[in-house]
Design a protein around this ligand. Structure first.
Ligand code: ZN
Length: 227
């Protein structure tokens, strides 16, 4: 979509000042970034302990390598804690002279609920109205991953995605809607049929202007895979 419009890479100075923002200790702390690497030895011991505590034979063939596999899997599932936000943006920040709504719908995500360490997954829908700056469209799903690949709750994930885009682009407004299925509810039988949940955060124009908000919500409803 952004290719339809003229755009130019931001100046070196602007990029440097963004990098300063993204690497500031307060920013990294606010968004739980720059965690140290996972302590694999400790995690493997803990997984072995967990298996033993439920009565399993940790030496049997199927489980012998499980602690090791879980530790490796967590590198990926929790990589949001260790993603460099500057590398994520990777110079894909552009000056534009339009202020049409940028909308990316149906961004698949999967995350781990911090209450039960079980997956929740679904789709995120993101929109913003530029104030002179846009990011490459492919960066939006990466921002979603940044906040999905952690121990999370859906409400906080939704808020973090919106707030991160707000701080990076200073747009006129940001809207994020997340639809998630929570396996902790499904598997425990808390809600038998549908443990789906929708969360949304509207900032700026999307919060203040009903028409703008409506336009975004119509984009979501129009999408081909709507339930
Ligand atoms: Zn849960």
């Amino acid at each position: 979509m952004s290719n339809l419009y003229p755009q130019a890479a931001v100046t070196k100075n602007e990029m440097e000042s963004l990098e300063e923002t993204l690497h500031a200790p307060a920013f990294l702390e606010k968004y739980d970034l720059a965690y140290p690497p996972i302590d694999h030895a400790r995690l493997e011991a803990a997984v072995g302990e967990m298996l033993a505590s439920v009565g399993e034979d940790t030496g049997r063939e199927g489980l012998i390598d499980t602690p090791h596999r879980v530790a490796r899997a967590y590198d990926k599932l929790l990589e949001g804690y260790r993603t460099d936000p500057t590398a994520l943006i990777n110079n894909a920040l552009f000056d534009v002279d339009y202020s049409d709504m940028v909308v990316v719908t149906n961004i698949e995500f999967s995350s781990l609920c911090e209450h039960h360490l079980l997956p929740f997954m679904g789709h995120a829908h993101v929109a913003y109205i530029p104030r002179g700056k846009v990011v490459g469209l492919s960066k939006i799903p990466r921002i979603v991953d940044l906040f999905a690949r952690r121990f999370q709750v859906q409400e906080r994930m939704t808020r973090q995605i919106a707030s991160f885009i707000d701080e990076v682009l200073h747009p006129q407004g940001v809207a994020v809607v997340v639809e998630g299925q929570h396996l902790c509810s499904v598997m425990r039988g808390v809600e038998k049929h549908d443990a789906s949940m929708t969360t949304s955060v509207m900032l700026g124009t999307f919060r203040d202007d009903a028409m703008t908000r409506q336009e975004f919500l119509q984009h979501i409803q129009r999408r081909p895979t709507a339930r």
